[in-house]
Design a protein around this ligand. Sequence first.
Ligand code: DOR
Ligand code: ZN
Length: 337
Amino acid sequence: MKTIELPLPDDFHAHLRQDAQLPGYVRDLSAQFGRALVMPNTIPPMTTAAAIADYKSQILESASFVRPDFEVLMTFKLNPNYSEQDLKDMMAVGVVAGKYYPAGVTTNSADGISDFEAVFPVVAMMEKLGLVLCVHGEEPGEFCLDREPAFIKRVEILAEKFPKLKIVFEHLSSAKAVEAVKRLPNNVAATFTVHHLMMTLDDVVGDALRPHHFCKPLPKRPEDRAAIREAAFSGNPKFFLGTDSAPHLQGKKECPCGAAGVYSAPVAIPLLVQEFDRAGALDKLPDFIAGFGADFYQIPRTTKRIEVVKESWTVPAVVNGVVPLAAGQTLEWKIRD
Ligand code: DOR
Ligand code: ZN
């Protein structure tokens, strides 16, 4: 049987939730990843060291049953009101990044940023303290497919104004944003999700409405997906994996006003092996899943390994009450237990 050894992957963009489903979500994530950067758009949001420390300990407790050495990298939700001491207190409990959500562009972001310049003082403190700025780059109010391209100018302003700040333009979905990240200096990197690597808008609304593919930013045109794939398969260290795996219970997706989010944690690595293999780029996969991200965040690369075997299996229809990416499909690669 064909077996591939890979470094134990890092997920530099994952959503968990604080509700009763948390242990199941952590189980799925820690089965595939050794480390994860956990997003702060929870209810209530992650804005204090105390709340973040509590969330982190809940996550680690749930992971202890699956992967006792699982590591979580925490984030806080950016707003203009933090003092330098607040940031230091959050760093002391494991925060490595702050997340910029423009107001209203995605799940639980109504309290996001509406005054761009008002956050500059906090961003300047982040630059000084070495905190990474993760950006959900979509411009509120623009037509839905133009929101990401319209936000590029803000990333350019941030990169120019804060040249020592590390900026991650998250979950790229457009060729224009891929181009911008390539062009910008080395303090700007980007994550790619599994679903934006695989889907276009046709997979969301092309023939039928597929609510479990609905996410923010929206998957876009074939040429946008092609730009993402080219960049991921090229071995450019500016681009690394952040799955944006975002669980929502089935009933919250299959309803008149469905939530945005694709639950990819249960299938992320088998799908990536499949895509990189089919593209003849398997040699580029280790750095993409467990190299470039660690380098950018300035944490040591993992020395742990997993094995992926060529063995078919069928993705369950529902996992933890959530319909995962590729539900019901037969995949050709499987993580060895
Ligand atoms: O589709 C998404 N879901 N995009 C995001 O930015 C947030 C996420 C979530 O939290 O559900
Ligand atoms: Zn996200």
